[in-house]
Structure formats: C-alpha cells, structure tokens
Design a protein around this ligand. Sequence first.
Ligand code: CMX
Length: 437
Amino acid sequence: TKSLRETMKEVIPPKQEQLKKLKVEHGQTVVGDVKVDNIIGGMRGLKAMLWEASVLDPIEGIRFHGLSIPDCQKVLPAAPAGKEMIPESMLWLLLTGQVPTAEQTKELSRELAEKGDLPKFVEDLVDSFPRSLHPMTQLGMGVAALNHDSQFQAAYEKGIKKSEYWTHTLEDSINLIARLPALAARIYRNVYKPGTELAGVQKDLDLVGNYSNMLGYGHNETLTEYLRLYIALHGDHEGGNASAHTAHLVGSTLSDPYLSYSAALFALAGPLHGLANQEVLRWQLAMQKELGDKISQEDIKAYLWKTLNSGQVVPGYGHGVLRNPDPRFIALQEFCDSRSDLKSSPIIDLVNKTFQVAPNVLKEHGKTKNPYPNVDATSGCVLYHYGLTEFKYYTVIFGVSRALGCLTQLVWARALGLPLERPKSLSMDALTKIIKQ
Ligand code: CMX
C-alpha cells in the first residue's frame, strides 16, 4: 500500500495542471459581483478564496472532497476497536482526496504517536503559565513555540526551490498534528487537575485514543469514540470561516505552519466562532435550573422568548452560510441516540426538546436567516454528561480538530504556488467616489 507522501506526490501534479488550465482559460471569467453590502458586511458570500479540501453547501452542509458526513461515516476507517471515523482517516481524505485503507490509517496513527511527544522547553513553557490564563491562549502560545523545530523555516533559510515548499510544509503539519494531543492534555492537567500525573503518549494508540487517555478518560470508550467523531467532524468547514481564513492568510506570507495555525487558534477563541459551544451549555444549564426537572415544550418556548426578548441570541442556532440543520449536529445527535446512557441523559434530552421547539420560535421571531441548530447546539453536552465539565476547555478540543483542515490547505497552497493574499480595501470616501462614477 502507498504511503501518505507517495500518495501526495501522485495527486499534486494533476491539481497543478487543473490550476494552470483554470488560469489560462478562465483567468478573466466573472464568477460574481462585489456589492457594497459585501464590502461592509464582512465579505459575506463573496467568492474570493481557493480552498481545496471541503465546500459548504447552504442546504446540504459540508462535503469533504465531495463526500458528505454520512458518506464519510460509511467509508472512513475507525480505530482498531472502534466504530466511529477517526481524525487520521479524515486527515488522509482532506490531504489526498482519497479514502485511506485501514492499513494506511493505522500507519498514520503509528507515525503520529511516534512524533507525539513535546520538546522539553515547550513543556516547561506551558507549565510556567498561570492556571488562570485561558486554555485557548495557552494552546496558541504552545503551538507558536513549536515553530522552534519548523522544518519549513529551516529549509527556507537554507534556500529551497518553490516546488519543494509543500514537502516541508507537510512535515511540519504532521509534526504539529502529532503534538497537539500532548499539548492540549498538558494544558487541561495544569489548569484543572494540577499536581496529578499526566500519562505519556502510547505508541500503540490512535491520535484521539492518546488524547483521551492523557485527559484522564482513556477508560471511557464511549467518550473516546465521541471525541474521535467530534474531532474528525470539526476538522474542516471550508475556507472562509475566521480560523481557516486566518491560517490561510498568515500562511500566504510563508510563515511556517506552526505560526499560521497559532494565529488561527486566536481567531477560534472568539465568542462568535469557536467559543459558542461553551455558551450553549451555559444557556441550557440555566434553562434546566430555572425550569426544573419536568420541562414541557411550552416551558421551553417561553424560555426561548425570554432569551430573545432580552436581546440575546439563542446559542447553537443560526449560521453564516448554512440554511438547514447542520449535518454535524445530526451526526452527533445520532451518536447520542445510539447509546442508551446518553439517550437518557437529562442535558441531552433537553437539547432534543429544545430542537423540537426552537426553529419555529426563531422563524416567528423573524430575524435569523437560519432558524436551525448548528453543531454547537449539542457538541458540549456529551462532554458534560461524562464529567468533562470545564466549559472553558471545550474550544481547545475544537482547536485540536481544526488543525486538520487548516494545515491541509497550507500544504495545498504551497503545492499550488498560491500567492500572498492582498485584497484591496477602500475608505468610505473612496467607496463613495466609485459609487458616483
Ligand atoms: N438567535 C437570535 N437571533 C439570531 C440568531 C440566533 N441564534 N442568529 C442570528 N440572529 C440574528 C442576528 O443577530 C442578526 O440580527 P441583527 O440584524 O439585529 O444584527 C439577524 O438574526 C441576521 O443574522 P444572520 O444573517 O442570520 O446570521 P449571521 O450570519 O449574522 O450570524 C451567527 C451567524 C452564527 C453568528 C449567528 O447565527 C449567531 O449569533 N448564533 C448564535 C451563536 C452560535 O450559535 N454560534 C455558533 C456558530 C457556529 C460555527 O461557527 O460553526
């Protein structure tokens, strides 16, 4: 069977040809207008970036190289004793556009475990942070410090050909993904379980098997499986979201993958992006506290209106692109439905009940373009059910995941020779001048 590097060497040339052809034959073809609304509206809807691994359809949701989430769940290999697709198989798909075999997935797991230990100085750095420093700040700083060992940077300094950039970018990306579980677990231990022992990376475990074990949940096979699914599912969500776009922008300056992904993590740390999952849980728990044990649909409806009438958004609902229930939400709900302990969990039951009521309330409210749940409506609840109750840590798990897509695109950006990003900005006066012409 082919290795990851051999596969990449095969799949890159046809893509380079495809790009050349697009440039030569359609370089001047118009694919959309730029309206004043786009310029002042956060560039929403502008088709202005190349992103190879996934495309988000407003109705169907995300597709990874054309495969929907249910497709991926059918074809992507699981961990040896598990059923859920794992981040290694998702990474292989994102990078190569091909579904890996079980053997290829296992080989990638083995390589990641081999490379999973942190350098001593990064351990010391993370251990020196105050416990009160937000876990996302710690993660971003840890990832940036790992650039000490960047192969891309070392090779660039020596002087390499542009055609070789991608190979060093790939090596850095693999090394970074390998080290994220140890870094993220160390942050968890330091902040929430200081003084307790931290397990080492085990060579025979998959990436999330190790992560879960280092977090102290290795004994909980259901939670470990959930984390595998969660991390594979959150791996990529096309290029325009804030974290992906940040990694792409920073990477376009030829900053190495560590620095590029560190920047992306600080975008993920914003409340309108990755931080939303902790907000959902806070909101559902407040609802539970106020309404008690026996909650009717009418009670939930009234609580939703109370949230909306106080000028707040309903967390976990709405989306910048999606106009249907998020298939990632559906996949996580199905996971819960298939396990009896989760099915009877009060917090997960409340998420389900809220889902039955919220879309109609949001439609009646009439503001949001998408009254349906996004993935955050449920993602934190399973963690909470199993005792991983530290909300502030949830975005770190998202951060371990999103590396898959962001780093894949960095490899492709270098393989395709994409240039420095440099959109044109305008002042309001300059814009007004154009409008008057
Ligand atoms: N509850 C109440 N009002 C909402 C709403 C919600 N869940 N979602 C959107 N709206 C409101 C907006 O605040 C906006 O109101 P104003 O016109 O007064 O500013 C109006 O509806 C139109 O917004 P939109 O075009 O439908 O949504 P946006 O693209 O501007 O924003 C998002 C998208 C996700 C930030 C927004 O839906 C939201 O705040 N949701 C709650 C937070 C959340 O769940 N975030 C998770 C995002 C998931 C992800 O990043 O993957």
